[in-house]
Structure formats: C-alpha cells, structure tokens
Design a binder for this molecule. Structure first.
Ligand code: GCB
Ligand code: CA
Length: 880
C-alpha cells in the first residue's frame, strides 16, 4: 500500500491544529475489490463499480457485495480526541470495520451517516479501515423498484472528523447537531430558534460555555448569547435558545440572503475554545395556496425548474463536487428557480448551491413505484425520513419534504384482488407515519407526495389528503393521449381537489438529439416532438395560477437499466444529455425563463446536415428554429437577410434554403439598443432531385427506412435521410409499410428493442415491412451497397417496462420471415432468415459490391418466400 505520504500528511495536519475540530476528506487510496474477485484495485472516492456495466449491451449490472480497505494513521497526540468517519453517501448498505471490529452499519443509498470510531483506534499505529458495501436488491430497502440505475459504491465524499471530547454532536442521524428554525417571520422581525446538541464523550463531568452568535451576510455579529452548562460523563445535552432579529433581510430568489449561526464551545474554566461549528440559514416565509399558487415572503412566484438525477456518462453516480455544481449552474443559468431533488437526497453541494443562489427546492426519500408490506421496509423509510429532515434542516432553499413517488403505479396485486385493499391501507399507514415524522421534526415546511395521473387510486388511499401539498407526474401526449390533454387533466385535478395546493412534479418527452422529424409523433424521440410538448406544457403551467410550480423531468438524461429507448438503458427525457450537453429543450427554457438576453439558433450539435432539393431548385429548404427572449430578430444566410420575425412564446422559425457546402447562419436582435446575435456554421450535403445530374458528383446516399425521422450518426457524421417512396429519376423504396410497435392502446412508431451490435439503435428500430424494392437512379459506376437489417419481432416475451404507463406493449408472435435479395437482376442472397440465421434484435449489415451500368442505376428487389421482407436502412457509397 502506497500510504506513507498520506499518513505523514494526516499526522502533520492534525498536529497543526489541536484546538478546534478538523474535517477533511479521506477519499484517496482505497483498495477495492468485488467480493468474488481476488485482485485489489487502487481507487479514489467518489467511486462506483458500475461505471461500465450499465452502459454495455448485456442486460443487468453488478449488484452485490464489494470491499474497500485503507489504512488510517493517527498519531499519539490524537489520543484524547474523538474521531468520526462521515459518509456523504454509499449505495446501498455499508458496514464499517475498524481494526476488524464492526463500527457501524448504515442502510440506504442516499442519506449521510457518521460513525464514532474512537474506541476501535490505536493511536500512533496504523489502523485498518474496511467497508463492506452491498448494492443487491433488497425488498426491505427503498426504492423497491424505480426507473433509474442503482449504482453501487462509496460514491460521495468520505470525511474524517477529529473533535475534542466535548463537541457539537455529529451522530444525531449525521445532522450538523444544530437545528435552526424561523417559525415567525415578517419584514420587521424574525424569531430564530436554535437547538444545539452538545456531546460529552469523556468519562469525566465537565463544565462548558456554549456561545451562539448570529452573523449577518457581511459577517457582522448581530446577536449573541453565552451560557454555562455542566455536563455529566457521556452525556448529551440539548440546548434551545431563541433570538429575535429586527428588520431581517429575507432570503428570496432575487436576494438569497444568508445568516450564519456560529456555535462555540469553550472550556468553562480556561475559556479556551474547544469546538466551533457554523451553520447557514435564511429567514423567509412562504405559502402554497390552492387557488393562487406559491408565494415567497408574500410575493407570488411561479416555481419552475427541473428534477435531477445524480449520474453522469462513464462515471455512474460517482461525481466529484465540481460535477454537481455544474449541474446546478445549468439550472441557474437557465433561469430555473426550483429544483425537485428527486428521487432521493443528493450530494450536500446541491442544496448549498440552492441556498446561495436563490433556488427553492423539495427533497424526498426514495419510495418509488411500490412499497414492501413489511415492518422492516417501514422502519427503513422512517429512518430515511428522519435522516433527510435532520441532515437538511437548516437549508432555507428547502421548502418541502417529500416521500412517495407514484407509489401506486406498480401494484403487487390487481385492484380487483382481495389483497389490494390491505396493500393500499398499508400504504396509507406508512404515509401517515412519515407525515408525522416530518411534521413533528419540522412543523414549518410543507410535505408532499407525487402521484401519477390516476387520481382516484391515490385519493382512495388518502395520498391526496395526507400531505400538505400534492405533486402530479403528468405525461399526456407522451405515455398516452394528446399533448393538450395536459390542460384538461390539470383542471380536473384542481376541480376534484380544490382544497389542495398542486405542483406538477414531472412532465417531459423523451428526446434524442440525433433524431429529427418533419412529421413528429408521440414516442419517436424526435427533437421536434419534444419541442411541441415543452412549448405546450410551459405555456399551460404559466397560465394557470392554481399551478404553484412545475419541474421538468428531467434536467439530465440518466441511466435506467431496464429501459429501452433510442439509447438503450438511458432515459432520454433530460434537457441536457448524460454528459450535460444542452439539448434544444434547454435553450427553449432558457429563452423563456432567463432574465439575461438570450438568442440561440437551435440544434447546435448538428454541424453536418443533409437534405434533398426539389425538382426545380438547387437548394434544400429546411426550417431553422431560434429561441429568444428578444421581441424580434432578423435572420441571415451567408450574409443575406431572410427577413425579420417576431418571437411567439420565445420561438421563431425561418425557412432556410441550404446550398451545398458551408452555410453561415446568423440571427440578430436588439436588447436595450445593443445587438445580441448568434451564429452557426453548417456543413450541408445537398442531394439534387436527380442523383445522376451531370453537375453533381454523387458520393453516397444513406436512408433510414420505416419512419419519418432522419437520424444523425455522430461518428462519422452521416445523416440518414428519412424513408420515402421512389420517384422517377431519383431514389426511394417501394412496397410495404412502416413497422409499428403494437401496444394495448394503438401503436408506436419505433421498436422498443435494444439492438445488439450497434450504438445507433434508432437506425435499426424502424423498418419497412413488406418492402418490394429500393431504387437509386445514380450514375454508372461501382458502388458498395449496404443493407441493414434487424428482426424486430422477437419471440422472447419481454419484461414489460413499467414506465410505458399506458403503452403496455403487446407480445408479438415471431413471424417466420424468409426472403431473397436481387440487385440489378443478380441474386445476391438466397433465402435470408434473419431470426434463424442471426437471432432477433441484432444489427446485421450486408455489403455488396455492385456495378451500375447503361444508366440503369441500382435496383434492389426483395423476393419473399415466407412472411414479409424487411429493410431497416440502406447505404449506397461510390467506389468508382
Ligand atoms: C415517472 C417517474 C420517473 C420516471 C419518469 C419516466 O413518472 O416518477 O422516475 O423516470 O416517469 O421517464 O417515465
Ligand atoms: Ca460531495
């Protein structure tokens, strides 16, 4: 173990500051192995063992036990200290051993915990730390199930805390030991109640002075109190003080003013300081009104922001603080004023940022989809609730404690089953117990439960009555119905529950930035369909005063093992990607919400585009969207004006005649007399109507069949044009129809299969079924013709995704499908049987070298022998 340098550092820093408490990370140099492995690996924390296996094509990821080990050296000068290990988050069960002794066990992957390890330590000698971490599924630990991935590991910071024997407690559910409440607040005066837990960990009785000061934002002391306390050996004392602050500066969105409570413990005899902690807090009052919505300090404000999941591309959930902060800045820069910290408490950095930047928030414990009807499950939920409230108690940004997300979505019994009423009554009992914990610990804040659209179900289980505020996760126009049903659903909820303040805790479409469509439709994952959803929802949310707020699902795309969308295992409802690249949705919200001037030409990622000219022109007309909060702007293509437009709800569109080669797009508008503009360079590959046009140098043609979407393959920047029928002198397919995925309520435009052997699943997830041929009237020459196939109708019944709320897939019987392929009258493949030859849902490319002669182009025929022929995509590339 390379720990010499490390132990030196530790000893030095401890020696240099004997008086106060010391807190520093011990993230570095842990030895790690999965339980069954024999080799150790040197890792740093934050760490997860699921960075790779959640991204691969194999379903599942390692859920089991792993071990972390490290040495800890504390020199002899620490022998009169108390030593703690403080964990910000370990998923999901952690047991700590110090020199072979069990020093504590924590259940739950999202709350913090702190163990006193003093009595197991040897000072002046190396100590062995070992942490056994287990992320196996456990019925008794929430979340029971959920649409996200349960990465294992010590994935947040670990700190060592060294204190005097007498100190502000660290072990009341890993809280700060100081609880600050502001139960009575107005502009003239605020009552501040501060409860402090003081621990005497020594065997001696002692006397201390507890000094509490309140500092204003400039660090000036505005209030202070000092009192002597006698402490018995091993005693914990709770001290309550009350302060009245005159003319407080309130914490608000515009001015998130923070006060600091400074708590010092002094030795009563020597008056030497032995411990000191600071806790920030804010002074504010707020209300959720069922009719008028939300107000902060009496000022009505619509809360709009996002949800957030904590994972990131290639890193699983193991993010350094800087990554967390970047997420928060994305939300803030967008103009969001609310974060739903879903579905679980997150890194402390999140709420610290919210406090400092005037972003309000709700935090919740991870009870998702369903509960387990066991005492152990309930007890774990109750502990998590207590931990969440105590650990986050002082954040002025937190307005809501939440605890149950769509808990009647995945029912263990059908509603007609005799066990169903018992189940719902167990849910009610659990909800009541959690509600009580929250209200007892913190009478000031609101409580919330989030439900999916089935109001009756939740109402009958009293989940619309128990919490002070009800959240709704609404997906009209995504999982079911039409986009504008959202409005009537909101109104009907409000009508049925007129006494209850309402929050839209989730809404959002799946969007894959690689997919574009001129005929957008539900579940095509196109940018265009997503935009329709976002525009309608935002407008509706803003126009209804009774909607106190709404949070987009989600800030970021996130991993969800069991989900198969356009990128398998990723939920793509984020407005930024898993690596935090903003999608168009992000810019739309920024233009709509930010007070900074915004003008933005959409679809920044698509520098390489392609399109087809119509018969008479040598350009391709494509619609370009601009998001802005300016009143109007002028658009230019290669310096030439395409006219002025007014923005409607922050969006305007110009039809841009793209020519082959580089196209310079510019848009400019005025804000307070200053020009604000945006520029985008696009490399355009124009296909003329006639590919054999002598002025045109045909290189290649790429078509994704079976759908109205085009697909932008990132590497090597290929645009797969959408399917079309053959036109005389041009190109296209003939015969058959687009594949549609059957569901109980109709059908969807793409397959929900994870296609093996490709990262560009959407190319294969659509298909022309019953295709008779494909023809390209291209110049004489030699070509590589690639045909792409994947059998989409799989015999294996799939586990029905829970999240296709209303989209319940219907198991399709495997069809026998055998066909032959002829190109230019030559038989190329005899009796192809995709399922039998390769298996279903596997990407197959067949490349043929073909000559086009006598101006006949390329002519492909599919000859069915059994069932219908299919084709998923085609590429024709010139060789000579
Ligand atoms: C929901 C869930 C959330 C899912 C989301 C979705 O209602 O609360 O966990 O990820 O829908 O994308 O389906
Ligand atoms: Ca952290």
């Amino acid at each position: 173990m390379k720990q010499l340098i490390l132990s030196l550092l530790l000893s030095l820093s401890i020696l240099s500051a004997l008086a106060d408490r010391l807190t520093y990370s011990i993230n570095e140099n842990w030895n790690f192995r999965k339980e069954a492995d024999s080799d150790w690996q040197l890792v740093n924390i934050p760490h997860s063992w699921n960075t790779i296996d959640v991204q691969d094509e194999e379903s599942g990821y390692y859920r089991g036990m792993a071990i972390y080990q490290r040495e800890l050296n504390l020199d002899a000068s620490n022998s009169d200290k108390q030593i703690y290990l403080y964990f910000e988050g370990v998923n999901q069960v952690a047991e700590l051993f110090v020199n072979g002794h069990s020093a504590g066990k924590h259940i739950g992957g999202y709350t913090r915990f702190c163990f006193d390890i003093t009595k197991f330590l040897h000072f002046g000698k190396p100590n062995q730390l070992e942490i056994k971490v287990d992320n196996s599924h456990n019925d008794n630990i929430p979340p029971y199930s959920a649409d996200f991935t349960f990465f294992g590991g010590i994935y947040r910071d670990v700190y060592l805390v060294v204190t005097d024997k007498v100190h502000v407690s660290l072990t009341d559910h890993a809280s700060s030991g100081v609880y600050i409440e502001t139960p009575r607040v107005n502009e003239q005066q605020a009552l501040v109640k501060i409860t402090t837990l003081v621990d005497n960990k020594s065997q001696q009785s002692t006397s201390i002075i507890l000094e509490t000061s309140i500092l204003n934002q400039s660090g000036e002391r505005v209030w202070t109190t000092r009192k002597k306390h006698a402490l018995n050996p091993e005693e914990q004392q709770e001290v309550l003080i009350e302060a009245k602050l005159e003319n407080p500066i309130l914490w608000s969105f515009e001015n998130p003013c923070l006060y600091t409570a400074k708590t010092s413990i002094l030795d009563a005899e020597t008056e030497k300081q032995i411990d000191e902690v600071t806790n920030n807090f804010g002074i504010r009052y707020f209300e959720f009104d069922p009719e008028k919505g939300f107000s902060l300090n009496g000022k009505p404000t619509k809360l709009i922001g996002t949800n957030r999941h904590q994972d990131f591309k290639d890193r699983a959930n193991a993010l350094p603080d800087e990554f967390v902060l970047r997420d928060m800045r994305l939300l803030n820069d967008m103009g969001g004023n609310f974060l739903r910290v879903s579905h679980y408490p997150q890194d402390p950095t999140v709420l610290e940022y919210c406090d400092r930047n005037g972003i309000a928030s709700s935090v919740e414990i991870p009870i998702v989809n369903r509960i387990a009807e066991t005492d152990e499950f309930s007890a774990n939920c109750q502990t998590m609730m207590t931990e969440m409230v105590k650990q986050n108690f002082n954040h002025p940004s937190v307005l809501i404690w939440a605890y149950m997300n769509e808990v009647l979505l995945r029912l263990p019994y059908p509603t007609s089953d005799p066990n169903y009423p018992t189940y719902t009554s167990n849910v009610t009992t659990l909800a009541l117990s959690l509600e009580n914990i929250a209200r007892n610990l913190d009478p000031q804040r609101y409580t919330m439960i989030s439900n999916h659209g089935d109001l009756k179900r939740y109402h009958n289980a009293r989940l619309t009555q128990i919490p002070r505020l009800v959240g709704w996760n609404l997906y009209q126009g995504w999982y079911s119905g039409r986009i504008n049903d959202f409005e009537s659903v909101l109104e009907s909820i409000h009508e049925q529950l007129p006494e209850k303040a309402l929050f839209v805790t989730e809404f959002g479409p799946g969007v894959d930035e690689r997919i574009r469509s001129e005929q957008p439709e539900r579940f095509d994952f196109s940018v265009e369909y997503g935009q329709l959803v976002h525009e309608f929802y935002l407008k509706t949310i803003q126009s209804k005063p009774f909607v106190s707020g709404a949070t987009i699902w989600n800030l970021n795309d996130f991993y969800s093992e069991s989900r198969i969308d356009a990128t398998p295992h990723v939920n793509n409802k984020g407005i930024v990607t898993t690596d935090r690249t903003p999608k168009d949705g992000y810019w739309f919200y920024k233009a709509s919400l930010s007070s900074e001037p915004v003008i933005f030409i959409a679809s920044r990622g698509l520098q390489n585009r392609s399109g087809v000219a119509n018969k008479t022109e040598n350009h391709s007309n494509q619609s370009i969207t601009v998001f802005s909060n300016l009143p109007h702007a002028e658009f230019f293509l290669n310096g030439k004006s395409l006219g002025n437009q007014t923005f409607t709800d922050h969006v305007a569109k110009w039809i841009v005649p793209f020519a082959d080669g580089e196209n310079l797009l510019e848009v400019a508008g005025l804000k307070d007399g200053k020009t604000i503009k945006d520029v985008q360079r696009i490399n355009f590959k124009l296909l003329p109507h006639s590919l054999s046009n002598p002025e045109f140098n045909f290189e290649d043609l790429n078509v994704s069949l079976g759908g109205n979407s085009s697909f932008f393959e990132k590497d090597p920047a290929i645009v797969w044009l959408s399917d079309r029928n053959w036109e005389e002198g041009s190109w296209g397919a003939f015969g058959g129809a687009f594949y549609r995925k059957k569901t109980r309520f109709g059908s969807l435009p793409t397959s929900d299969a994870d296609i093996m052997g490709t990262g560009d699943d959407p190319i294969y997830q659509t298909q022309r079924v019953g295709i008779e041929g494909f023809r390209a009237d291209i110049p004489n020459g030699t070509y590589a013709v690639s045909l792409y196939f994947a059998e989409l109708v799989s015999p294996a019944a799939k586990e029905m995704s829970v999240y296709n709320l209303g989209n319940d897939a219907v198991t399709e019987l495997a069809e026998e499908r055998v066909f032959s392929i002829e190109i230019n009258n030559q038989l190329m493949v005899k009796s192809l049987n995709l399922a039998a030859d390769y298996g279903a849902e596997r990407a197959i490319e067949k490349k043929f070298i073909v000559r086009a002669e006598n101006n006949q182009g390329i002519n492909i025929h599919f000859i069915p022998e059994k069932g219908e022929a299919v084709l998923n995509a085609i590429r024709i590339a010139r060789k000579y």
